[in-house]
Design a protein around this ligand. Sequence first.
Ligand SMILES: [Zn+2]
Length: 395
Amino acid sequence: MSLDVAATAAQVSTMAQQLAAHAARMKPVPDFARALLAQWHASHAEAVAYLEGQEQAGVWPFAIPIEPMLTVRRVPAEPVAYAVVAADGSQIDVDSHGLVHCCLVNVGWAAIAYGDRPDAWLANEPAVLHEDRELFVEADDGMREASESQLSMLRTVAEMERLALVAEAWRDRPGLVAIADGNLVRWELGGKKPSASSAALLHRYLGALAQLRAARIPVCGYISRPNARDVANTAALLAVRDCDRGKRAVCDRCAGRGDRLCESLRVLPDRDLFPHVRVGECTGLFRTPATVLQHYAPDDRIVFCYLRTAEEMARIELPAWCTGKQELNAILSAVYGQCLRGHGYPVALMEAHEQAVIHTGGREAFRQLVLAALNENQLEAAISSKRLSKDQRAV
Ligand SMILES: [Zn+2]
């Protein structure tokens, strides 16, 4: 059957009109957001008090400014001599071969020293997970096969543990900074009633963070192209406070609009809120009221800022103990220096990724190894029936 072009064209046209209308409604939003941030920059204590009240009310995700909203920090120059360690991981999931219940997690790392004693340590280590306690999680109705997202959590935890190990091995290097790929707030493992397996993973993750703190090795997470809206949500909270003041009447800014300008702040990504931050500068620090952070040691609770590199606005997350002047400067100068060297992305993270990635050849090799081992041990039938019994138990 051929496509009804006329009917499709009418819908495409409607879509374009809606997009144009949305763009028109959004046009004043960035300017409004900046004016709002400027207003609250001047009333920092009042903003914090109000937001802490909202925190009690359970509104999230948003961010509480530790410093006035429009604070800008110049990143110090990259030190002549310093060292970075980074870790990254990849995985081949249970379902990718369907032969046997197992999973391969490959964690790669890169440790690089700069200065008069340049050095590098690039390596990776695979782990084949096959035991029930690794691959099954308990659910309300019994044991369930771990989902892909649970396996990536397992991988994230393994990455952080490896980062701590490698950093400890290099702890004598001057100016050492540890860089993780992605955020350090483990939302996925929190929640009101985390399962025992989530709690166990979180415990391991927090153990690695504590290990880095005990060794006094500054650590951060680097988030490229962040889509977070915590600061935008904060702006929306502050705007709405002044918009209706509980009277259900909109403010002058919102009057005459179909949707409230004050509400529309929520759809802005944080990275669009800081045009005043120039390349080589970062925003002030914010803390996030994520409930999972209550499980973190107070010194390890995560704060964040945005760093403008030549290529993007990156988000940097770090534990509270790393906000001391010395640690913060070490992190910012190392990360920004790494981005300059890596044409927009930290070199050490790129190298760790290269170490971790499993290309098609590696995937096929893993599949062949599993097949060969099963054949050799005449296990295929036995494993299938074991698998079957697990599946039935999980129903
Ligand atoms: Zn309003």
